[in-house]
Design a protein around this ligand. Sequence first.
Ligand code: IPM
Ligand code: MG
Length: 372
Amino acid sequence: MPKYKIAWLPGDGIGIEVLEAARIVLDTIQLNAEYIHGDIGWDFWCSEGDAFPQRTITLLKSVDAAMFGAITSKPMKAAQAELNPKFQDKGLIYRSPIVRMRQQFDLYNCLRPCKAYPGNPLNFKEGIDLVVFRENTEDLYSGVEFNPVPQELADLLTTISKPFAPFAKLPIDQYAISCKINTKAGSERIVRAAFEFARKFKRKKVTIVHKANVVRATDGLFFDAAKEVAVHYPEIKMDDANIDAMTMWLLKNPFNYDVLVAPNLYGDIISDLCAQMVGGLGFGCSGNIGTKLAVFEPTHGSAPKYAGQYKVNPIATILAAKMMLDWLGETEKGAKLENAVAAVIKEGNVRTYDMGGNSKTLDMANAIAEKL
Ligand code: IPM
Ligand code: MG
């Protein structure tokens, strides 16, 4: 009997190729696991009106962890046009499956380590080692959105919110509302995860990223919750920055930062910036971690224009597999895999197109596997 059950969710586009690459290294490292394929992706939206079908949700309830590739998303009108005519008047709305997965399984901790592996020609600066903790279930990703705005909501806002006055003058189909919802418990738990990580791995500082000077209600709540949590970690320095300034400071002096923690959307933004500083999309790995389930993925999307060419860099996904090994408690295997990735990057003999080379996706995976 294999020790672990892993859901295997390639999705579409290059998701399929990068997961194939990750499987090469996981097989070589002999993780004692059974991998179970799950249907997810654009094709399932088109054919059955759901990109994240119920059978895949059921599968995820029965596994220890999952590896996820990537999924193509299209704007609302294109999504409706490609939907099977059988479902076209059912009022189905396309919502990103990964966002749904994060919410449905309460994968509240989006962990995104961004490390500059020595010798990577794409490093912004050698020595960068940042870890982003992104809240993963609430904030502007709440899914509470209105376009057009219901009249009852417009009426209510007219009576309870002074700043709403200019919008109240407009017809309800001339504006839209997306709700940013942040809870105290949700803010506390992501900040706690960041501080626990800092304590465990002896990191020197946690920076709280927000925009509490303007977005007072929600970001104010996040920042206040963060300060309360920080008190319990007196050995770790804490500071904070507004999201806009944060992007500037990170570029100016990345070595002033260590662990960053942010609400969902700011975390989304800042983690792309940090990934770019250590080589870009081919190097950004991500864990969506809850209390029962964790789903690991590259931070990049499905890159339809490269689909089927086996040319993209699989390192992001291979590093996501490393995160999965750590999460399963297979830390020795995790360290071994990371060392193999670092060795291949340092040697520089095998490089995908983004790194200036001609090697293909599976060449990279095989080169890493050879070091294991
Ligand atoms: C990410 C991505 C997703 C997000 C998209 C694909 C929905 O950008 O994982 O960072 O916005 O969270
Ligand atoms: Mg993103």
